[in-house]
Design a protein around this ligand. Structure first.
Ligand SMILES: *Cc1c(COP(=O)(O)O)cnc(C)c1O
Length: 228
């Protein structure tokens, strides 16, 4: 299958899942996860209509942005953990940071966004199952953290992101997606105005859409297996 065919198949599946949940497929943004994928394949995705790329490494994103003349309407989301010494660069490279996982990093991002004269949209990453291998706020810590970050002048908290535990049966991931939606609702009840839920990857994005995902992050189903 070509990248073009894969994008079409993923879009179709997004539409079907949205419809089954009584939602509009147009309300689900498709983030093409392009980590470790070469720019030739990424350009095929652009030809197929992809406009949002998700990258997890600063250097890789920078070299891809620098070596190709991308259309003006392409946007870049950081979906990987960010170290504070890269936060200044991250503010220049990314339109959105989906992986804000500590108050400390949010303070750096706020300062660098202010220095750059911009407002930075972000998602707060939640470590739903408290897995040591994953970053993100503990579910119990998200509400106070989100309230604090939302008071930072140059940041805009748009919603939540999570990478739930891997399950052979995607149905087993559903409770985690539901939990993330509940946390978002709690935050909105506390006075925030969060609209985005970034959840669902190649193996489970349809279930995530049924549970309210507004962004799905899909790599393998678009580009095929990544090199190790
Ligand atoms: C790699 C990655 C994805 C995409 O995973 P696939 O299974 O290839 O679709 C999504 N989100 C994050 C945070 C990732 O690191």
């Amino acid at each position: 299958m070509s990248v073009r065919d894969n994008v079409a198949a993923v879009r179709k599946a997004i539409g079907r899942a949205a419809q089954a949940a009584g939602r509009d497929g147009a309300d689900v943004k498709l983030v093409a996860v392009s980590k470790k994928i070469d720019t030739a394949k990424m350009l095929e995705a652009v030809e197929a209509g992809i406009r949002i790329f998700g990258e997890n490494r600063i250097q890789e994103a920078r070299s891809k942005q620098d070596t190709v003349c991308w259309p003006d309407d392409i946007v870049w989301h950081l979906i990987g953990s960010l170290q504070r010494n890269k936060s200044k660069l991250a503010v220049t490279l990314f339109d959105m940071i989906q992986s804000v996982d500590s108050l400390e990093i949010s303070k750096y991002l706020n300062r660098h966004a202010g220095n750059a004269g911009r407002t930075l949209p972000l998602l707060i990453q939640v470590n739903l199952a408290d897995e040591p291998s994953k970053s993100g706020f503990h579910p119990d810590a998200v509400v106070p953290a989100a309230l604090e970050i939302s008071r930072m002048e140059h940041l805009r908290v748009k919603g939540l992101m999570a990478i739930p535990p891997y399950c052979d049966n995607p149905e087993d991931v559903r409770p985690y997606f539901r939990q993330l939606r509940h946390i978002k609702n709690t935050l909105n009840d506390s006075g925030l105005d969060l609209s985005e839920l970034s959840m669902g990857m190649s193996s489970d994005f349809e279930i995530a859409i049924e549970e309210g995902a507004t962004m799905v992050r899909v790599g393998t189903a678009i580009f095929g297996q990544r090199r190790k």
